[in-house]
Design a binder for this molecule. Structure first.
Ligand code: B12
Ligand code: SF4
Ligand code: SF4
Length: 263
């Protein structure tokens, strides 16, 4: 990660880690706007409630991208296989998943600290794009947390692809901490593609519609689980999203899942 002479950037990244981030970095918003996901999204938008033409856009204007926002702080929280519930969805959980709940609270504390300690106005980004969130894999790539792998996910040198992301926009023109010189997919025989139950990489690239089929099925199969599993008081309906392409990636894990390992 590039830091030479960039004291503020290093201070911010260190603070994020002190508050529990597994990885953290900074990217320029101008670079994020020019990134691959925004380029793709502009060609075929799929969030009905998002975009200047949408009647709902101004409802969320508190989250609108503003000229003053020049940098994005993006951080990762590791989601190890030993803690699957971090990733499970319940409408009764703050932030919807226990992992997202942790990151939401980190976000709030970081935003307040940026203002109080450094005088930087900041905006905690919501997770959902349609409510003003940003494409976080691209932000994390630009900030040097990892690279976009053949599984269409961020692959990091330290935790592989088993991380979740969160971002904060900052009214400060900071130096980017990435990207990283890291190429895990060259020479890999792509267990991530073989692991997919929907063959969503059949064309060689990720196909959203096929992945959605699997995740829609899982939503329909939601089960009632005890509150203690999700860190809440009462039982709730829980959805377990698919992670096969993520868990199959051997980077920083030493093992990979093959299709026969599916449960
Ligand atoms: C909507 C959404 C979904 C939807 C739609 C997915 C989709 N990709 O379209 C569904 C429900 C299907 C889904 C599935 C999953 N998701 Co999801 N999803 C999101 C969300 C909210 C927005 C993503 C989005 O709409 N992207 C827009 C489209 C245009 O981009 P894209 O298809 O994702 O891929 C782009 C990049 O890969 C980029 N790209 C490709 N090559 C390169 C190279 C470079 C250099 C760069 C910069 C970019 C780049 O170009 C692609 C577009 O062509 C993000 C959170 C966020 N705010 O970013 C999480 C997020 C991307 N999802 C995440 C995860 C983990 C998953 C799942 C494993 C399910 C799960 N357990 O949560 C699967 C994995 C599917 C896969 N292999 O991509 C994580 C990714 C973490 C990581 N390590 O990367 C995120 C960041 C959420 C989080 N909590 O941290 N997801
Ligand atoms: S999340 Fe599951 S269905 Fe979607 S691409 Fe990955 S393995 Fe395939
Ligand atoms: S399994 Fe191999 S090809 Fe797939 S993302 Fe990981 S390193 Fe890249």
């Amino acid at each position: 990660m590039k830091f030479e002479g960039n004291k503020i950037e290093q201070t911010i990244v260190n603070k994020a880690k002190q508050l529990g981030a597994s990885l953290a970095g900074i990217a320029r918003i101008a670079d994020l706007k020019a990134s691959k996901s925004y380029e793709r999204y502009a060609q075929s938008p799929f969030y009905e409630t998002y975009g200047p033409e949408s009647p709902n856009y101004f409802k969320f204007k508190g989250f609108k991208w503003r000229e003053q926002h020049r940098s994005v702080l993006v951080w990762a929280l590791v989601h190890p296989i030993s803690q699957p519930a971090l990733d499970w969805w319940s409408m009764k959980v703050q932030g919807f998943t226990p992992g997202n709940g942790v990151m939401r609270s980190q976000s709030k504390r970081l935003r307040i600290w940026l203002d109080e300690a450094l005088g930087i106005n900041a905006l905690s980004l919501p997770y959902q794009i349609e409510f003003g969130g940003a494409f976080l894999k691209d932000a994390a790539h630009l900030a040097g947390l990892g690279v976009i792998g053949k599984n269409n996910l961020l692959v990091t040198p330290d935790y592989g692809t088993r991380v979740r992301l969160r971002g904060i926009f900052m009214e400060a023109g900071l130096e980017p901490t990435g990207p990283l010189d890291f190429d895990p997919c060259s020479g890999c025989d792509q267990p991530c593609h073989r692991a997919c139950p929907r063959n969503a990489f059949r064309s060689g690239a990720y196909e959203r519609a096929l992945c959605m089929q699997e995740n829609d099925k899982r939503e329909a199969e939601a089960e009632i689980l005890d509150g203690s599993i999700m860190g809440i008081e009462e039982p709730s309906e829980v959805v377990k999203p698919c992670r096969y392409c993520e868990l199959a990636c051997p980077v920083a894990q030493g093992t990979s899942l093959s299709p026969g390992d599916r449960t």
